[in-house]
Design a protein around this ligand. Structure first.
Ligand code: ADP
Length: 399
């Protein structure tokens, strides 16, 4: 089951997107609907709201007086925090229950205005932010929904900024145009990415880098993509004996041409922990497929014991974003080299340029991805002592 977060500021078009995903076959859980449900008469949450905020927030028929409650919490951060503490856990519990009922083969969409503010995006495989500029949003809400303009502006000011949402979201849908254009963008996203991704998850099929032409000029979003993937994996593995999760490989080195692949390293206290049911299940839930038999990197002459270069390897299932996950024992030679390689090349421009030149030379000879990857090995082996010398000279330690 693919988990998809949909977010955006009020009036951005978030509900329009979630609704369309529902029409395409996804099962949508709407956080606003759930937030209303937990405040219905008879719900324990409503009793606690009455206890905290007084009888003035309850109407004669026993239902919540939303305007009265909004008036109390709007200008009082402490009151708002209290309200969140009362409602938040009940909403989270109901959302999680509803999503646990979604059929395993379906796409599960979480329509959540505060997906980013609450840090919940880390639990989704992919998150979508819908964007429209401020005046467009205000105009739509005032004209089409009849909301009060000042109220709308205040609510927008209290929400996360577009930049904060962009940092957390994998897909940006621009809603500056017509509704039809937005719906067409959702349809394309569904067809090209969400539906095949979900099918890959259901069938345990990972996605592969292209056989040729995999190496590209440095992309501006590699660092941000890497950070999001790392944050999601770290969240999925919480509670397991993981020492750290890091973006490694060439895409983690700013400015280096590379295969368009995000390499991630997971450090474990003991590689045997990678074979536990708990670790495997967490990786599967996070959307990664174990590649059996890929357990050994080529040892470098500088540290030639093959035992230091063992690993487990997982591949991601996103058709648009190839992810390779290397699971290694913390402090092992292979683990150390991955972190050293990244930091050394990031700091040593001459070495970075030399490596880029070597990549170009090899690509000109043969751009078959597999053979190119193998042809780079001698460069790594020769570079390893230089990287270690740099580490000794600078006092570098793996972080
Ligand atoms: P949100 O859920 O982000 O608050 P909605 O999807 O409800 O936003 O959209 C806000 C309002 O603007 C709704 O009345 C919706 O029908 C309308 N709307 C959404 N997208 C467009 C668009 N591209 N052009 C015109 N109106 C739009």
């Amino acid at each position: 089951m693919l988990r998809v977060g949909v977010t955006g500021g009020i009036g951005s078009g978030k509900s329009t997107v979630a609704h369309r995903l529902g029409e395409l076959g996804a099962v949508v859980t709407d956080a606003d609907v759930v937030a209303r449900q937990v405040m219905e008469p008879g719900e324990p949450v409503l009793d606690r709201v009455r206890e905290r905020f007084g009888p003035g927030v309850i109407r004669d028929d026993g239902s919540l007086d939303r305007a009265a409650l909004a008036g109390l919490v709007f200008t009082d951060p402490e009151a708002l925090a209290d309200l969140d503490a009362i409602t938040g856990p009940a909403i989270a519990e109901r959302v999680s229950h509803l999503r646990s009922q979604v059929a395993p083969g379906a796409v599960s969409v979480f329509d959540m205005p505060l997906l980013v503010e609450r840090g919940l995006w880390v639990h989704e495989h992919v998150s979508i932010v819908v964007e429209a500029d401020l005046e467009t949003r205000v105009g739509r809400l005032v004209e089409q929904r009849g909301l009060d303009e000042k109220d709308v502006r205040n609510r927008i000011a209290a929400q996360a900024s577009d930049a904060e949402r962009r940092a957390a979201c994998d897909v940006v849908l621009d809603n500056a145009g017509t509704r039809e254009e937005l719906v067409a963008a959702v349809d394309a996203l569904w067809r090209d990415r969400l539906e095949p991704w979900n099918a890959n998850l259901v069938h345990g099929r990972r996605t592969h880098r292209p056989d040729r032409g995999a190496v590209v000029n440095p992309r501006a979003d590699w660092q941000a993509r890497g950070s999001r993937i790392v944050a999601k994996l770290a969240a999925a593995l919480r509670g397991l004996p993981v020492t750290e999760v890091s973006h490694v490989g060439s895409t983690s080195v700013p400015g280096l041409l590379a295969k368009d692949v995000i390499d991630v390293q997971i450090g474990l206290r003991d590689l045997a922990d990678a074979d536990s049911a708990a670790f495997r299940e967490a990786m599967s839930r996070a959307g990664y497929v174990l590649v059996h038999g890929n357990v050994q990197d080529d040892p470098h002459p500088a540290d030639a014991d093959p035992g230091g270069w063992t690993k487990r390897f997982y591949g991601g299932c996103d058709p648009a974003d190839i992810v390779h996950v290397h699971v290694r024992a913390a402090q092992s030679a292979g683990w150390r080299f991955a972190l050293l390689f990244r930091d050394w090349l990031a700091h040593e421009q001459q070495e970075r340029d030399a490596y880029a030149a070597e990549k170009r030379r090899l690509l000109a000879l043969d751009d078959d991805t597999g053979r190119y990857t193998e042809a780079k090995e001698p460069w790594f082996a020769a570079a390893h002592p230089r990287a270690e010398a740099w580490a000794a000279a600078t006092g570098w330690t793996p972080r």
